[in-house]
Design a protein around this ligand. Structure first.
Ligand code: SF4
Length: 710
């Protein structure tokens, strides 16, 4: 087992200042979440100044340029000599040669699937596309997936089976402003996407109501008309209970159900046992609040139901999504202007990143890898025989779990992800990474996963290269290069081209983002996520283009499903679902429910934001939220360091006592590394459809530490 060793010389001063000629004032977008707020970067002293676009920025957006000139970023490739050696600086040729040799050796010994590829939902469309192409057309491995599996996969699978198409929000974000009723399930927008709260303020000022479903009284729940503080993992029962009441109170849109859907009878039967007292017993939400929620939803001309990670990151996440889609269909919301169901995508390119081929079962354009026609189309673009494309491979956690095993990959290329912090059951994942013969990581900084690598490749950041992302409403955005990357740093596209060349690729790997995008357009043409008509030229001219956009004269599609859904008969599908038993019930040893989540000043695994001083000083460490009743029972004081344990492991964090959380639940944010890692605790129980891990609930306990250890 390889143990991460200290680095000899991890970084050096940024050799290319962000001041002077290398910086051009440029229109771009924030590198973090799927809201993709617009900004202008301009030269300012020794760094870059961020100017917010019309929608504003949160703290992360304002400070995003700080990492560009940070001495903490990597500016030279690193290689490890021997299994237990230290990382040392190397030339690009040496590093790429080592990586390619490691992949070749693994495949010579154990076949194409001996090399795995792990991508990220923050990669641009161009990178996600070429990473998938590299895996399928060069490595010919089936073993590719990405960290978006941990983020949006349950919503995507729920949308596919109801509507035949997954686009997080099938309507424009502007609909939030005009909704008479907005139901947010498992979303804390005030902390995860603060600029959206301006929209909710407008919505509320216009008389709209806001219902928030969350086990915590978050800042979002605090401004809600109605807060349904359901127990973690019971949202499905809650949705079925709301549907039961909608039926009982005569709010079902029978004409819509008859003309636009299929499967209503089965769903009606499935919720027949979800009477309010039963729902209250399971969820903890009282009957009057359930009735009020149904009234607010049913009386609204324009009602939106938006789910997010709190509802989706469960071992029954897809069914939970289906339960809310069922509610939306019964009320006649989906496909009606101003109304509908949508998913609040999280990662910066969480939407585009799941469309263009870095998912285990997918080819570009949201095509399926097991569809012969899709294989033939993409193989044609790549100039290869469709029979040479691999089959679908393992999902993200299953891929990580298989690393270094007899049947799993012995080498891995990892781009845009930090699973040592972000994967569930993180200590186990760390041990699997350590069992690899060859781990190659491309990253901006020496993340916790990069620390374990045999080869580390320093790559450019968002403001140093052109690229496109697709935001949470399916709109494609152009991020413009504003400055040159530091000397010694290359782009991810150069990394893939360099590896492809060394591995004898017979297909091209463009290093110019626009050329990569033009190839993606051809590969996606005719697919569900059709980008054929979207060009850098149109985006640069300011056109707002939502996919599908099949040709250059097409205006894009901001609203989907107005006339029909993307199913064979054009009708949406109801899916009968019921609340399953908990994947991990509480017991005497682990009597509490643990849920995990985010804070405003950190992003995902924190690899970037923990290295930005202004953010790190605001949110320096993980914590555990405890209700005062629980704290009193455990005799824990505010600020006291405690041990949080689950069946996977233990983490050590300070207690934060607040009545904003349920007394039976504790909350730990997941952005930090080491012994504060929330994912040392989380469960690897997987959803049977989406393979989403159960990040949002498991059984836990809290223990006080000895006085010396506190
Ligand atoms: Fe906007 Fe998200 Fe960036 Fe904040 S992190 S500025 S909400 S894109």
């Amino acid at each position: 087992m390889r143990v991460p060793l200290p680095l000899l010389s991890p970084t050096r001063a940024h050799p290319a200042s962000t001041s002077g000629s290398s910086l051009r004032s440029a229109q771009t977008h924030c590198p973090y979440c799927a809201l993709q707020c617009s900004m202008t970067l301009t030269p300012a002293g020794a760094g870059a100044e961020v100017e917010a676009g019309a929608g504003g920025l949160c703290r992360k957006g304002w400070t995003s340029a700080d990492l560009l000139a940070s001495p903490r970023r990597l500016t030279t490739p690193l290689v490890r000599d021997g299994r237990h050696g230290r990382l040392r600086p190397a030339s690009w040729d040496e590093a790429l040669d080592r990586a390619a040799a490691g992949f070749s050796r693994a495949q010579e010994l154990r076949g194409a699937d001996a090399v795995g590829v792990f991508g990220g939902g923050g990669l641009t469309n161009e990178k996600a596309y070429l990473l998938g192409k590299f895996a399928r057309a060069v490595l010919r491995t089936s073993q590719i997936d990405y960290n978006g599996r941990f983020c949006m996969s349950s919503a995507a699978a729920g949308a596919m089976r109801a509507f035949g198409l997954d686009r997080g929000m099938p309507f424009p974000l502007d609909d939030v402003d005009t909704a008479n009723c907005l139901l947010l399930v498992g979303s804390n927008l005030a902390e995860t996407m603060p600029p959206v709260m301006q929209r909710i303020t407008r919505q509320r000022e216009a008389g709209g109501s806001l219902i928030v479903v969350d086990p915590r009284k978050t800042p979002t729940a605090a401004v809600a008309t109605l807060h349904l503080q359901a127990q973690p993992g019971t949202d499905l029962m809650l949705a079925n209970g709301l549907l039961f009441l909608a039926i009982e109170l005569g709010h079902v849109d029978e004409d819509y159900v008859a003309s636009r859907t299929q499967g209503w009878v089965d769903v009606r039967r499935a919720v027949a046992g979800c009477w309010p007292a039963q729902v209250e017993r399971v969820t903890g939400v009282a009957e009057p609040a359930l009735r009020e929620a149904v009234r607010l939803l049913a009386e609204a001309d324009r009602a939106l139901i938006l789910t997010a990670r709190g509802a989706e990151q469960h071992a029954h996440g897809v069914d939970t999504v289906s339960s809310f889609i069922n509610l939306a269909l019964a009320l006649g919301l989906a496909g009606r202007p101003g109304s509908g169901w949508g998913c609040l995508t999280g990662q910066g390119n969480g939407q585009g990143g799941r469309e263009h081929g870095q998912k285990a079962d997918q080819l570009p354009g949201y095509r399926r890898l097991d569809d012969p026609a899709a294989r033939a189309h993409v193989a044609g673009v790549w100039g290869m025989d469709a029979d040479d494309l691999p089959s679908p491979g393992r999902s993200a956690y299953e891929l990580l779990d298989a690393l270094g095993t007899e049947d799993g990959p012995s080498a891995l290329l990892l781009m845009g992800s930090n699973p040592v912090v972000s994967a569930p059951r993180a200590a186990h994942v760390q041990s699997r990474l350590a069992a690899l013969d060859c781990l190659v990581v491309a990253d901006v900084v020496l993340s916790e996963t990069a620390e374990m690598a045999d080869v580390v490749l320093p790559v450019a950041q968002w403001a140093e290269e052109d690229g496109t992302t697709t935001d949470l409403q399916g709109r494609v955005l152009l991020r413009r290069r504003a400055l040159d990357p530091p000397v010694g740093v290359r782009t991810d596209l150069h990394v893939l081209a360099g590896l492809a060349e060394r591995l004898g690729a017979t297909t091209a790997f463009p290093v110019v983002p626009q050329e990569a995008f033009d190839e993606l357009r051809r590969a996606s043409a005719g697919g569900a996520a059709d980008y054929a008509g979207i060009s850098y030229g149109r985006l640069a001219a300011g056109e707002e283009l939502h996919w599908p956009c099949p040709d250059e004269d097409h205006p894009g599609t901001p609203r989907l499903f107005l006339d029909q859904f993307a199913t064979a008969d054009g009708r949406a599908r109801f899916v009968p679902v019921s609340q399953p038993p908990s994947a991990e019930p509480v017991d005497e040893t682990y009597p509490l429910l643990l849920t995990t989540g985010r804070v405003t000043a950190q992003y995902q695994s924190g690899a970037q934001t923990r290295r930005i001083d202004a953010l790190a000083s605001t949110a320096p460490a993980a914590f555990v939220e405890l209700h005062p009743f629980l704290a009193q029972r455990l005799e824990v004081s505010d600020g006291e360091r405690v041990r949080v344990s689950t069946r996977r492991g233990e983490a050590f964090v300070r207690a934060r006592i607040t009545d904003a959380i349920r007394p039976d639940t504790v909350f730990v944010p997941f952005h930090w590394a080491g012994r504060q890692r929330a994912n040392l605790l989380t469960s690897d129980a997987l959803d049977p459809v989406s393979r989403m891990p159960a990040f949002k609930v498991c059984a836990a306990r809290i223990d006080r530490l000895s006085e010396a250890a506190r």
